[in-house]
Ligand binder design. Structure first.
Ligand code: HEM
Length: 161
């Protein structure tokens, strides 16, 4: 039963994490850039719906269930599992997802939140800082999403390596 709960939580929230990040980075971000001045309003509406809270929670559920599944799969010998192609696939994918999470929480999220705060202040002097922070959030968002694609690919094929 625990295995079923862990697998459900892992695959379900993993799909939500990757899917929401990919949507934001490849569709929403460029669409907001097209919209221009009104983009801030939509960003504020997204924050009101707690998107910057939900995504890290989905990510944490995926990570905790993933490392737990890995520990169960290894039967207490993670080193031996890592020496098999399947273990290497799940393990490497897992470590890359963990790094993506850290970059997202330490660099991307604060840059996004700070740029929104500054935009709400309507201080014309803050424009340059807002642009700099948005650029940083976009670049790190792209990096995080590409890393998550790597993990998704590794997870999809690991069992058959
Ligand atoms: C973006 C994050 C992630 C996504 C989208 C994801 C997705 C998936 C999917 C779809 C499966 C089912 C594949 C299969 O059983 O053949 C799976 C299984 C697995 N994942 Fe992940 N995963 C993610 C992160 C992680 C992390 C951080 C770890 C930690 C090591 C991990 C470890 C595992 C393990 C061990 C399995 C096999 C579970 C089992 O059947 O015993 N995953 N993952």
């Amino acid at each position: 039963m625990l295995q079923i709960v862990l697998r459900f939580a892992h695959v379900f929230f993993g799909a939500m994490w990757v899917g929401m990040m990919a949507f934001q980075i490849f569709f929403l971000g460029p669409a907001l850039a097209d919209v221009g001045a009104d983009a801030g309003k939509l960003m504020a509406a997204m924050v009101k719906r707690k998107i910057p809270v939900f995504i890290p929670i989905f990510a944490l559920i995926t990570l905790v269930s993933g490392f737990w599944l890995f520990a169960r799969m290894s039967g207490g010998n993670a080193g031996a599992l890592m020496r098999t192609p399947m273990g290497m696939g799940f393990g490497l994918g897992g470590v890359v997802a963990l790094l993506a999470f850290v970059i997202g929480v330490v660099v991307m999220r604060p840059a996004m939140m700070r740029s929104m705060q500054l935009a709400e202040s309507r201080d014309p002097a803050a424009q340059a800082e807002i642009q700099r922070l948005r650029a940083r959030a976009t670049v790190t968002g792209n990096v995080v999403t590409v890393m998550l694609f790597f993990t998704l690919t590794a997870m999809a094929v690991a069992r058959y390596l």
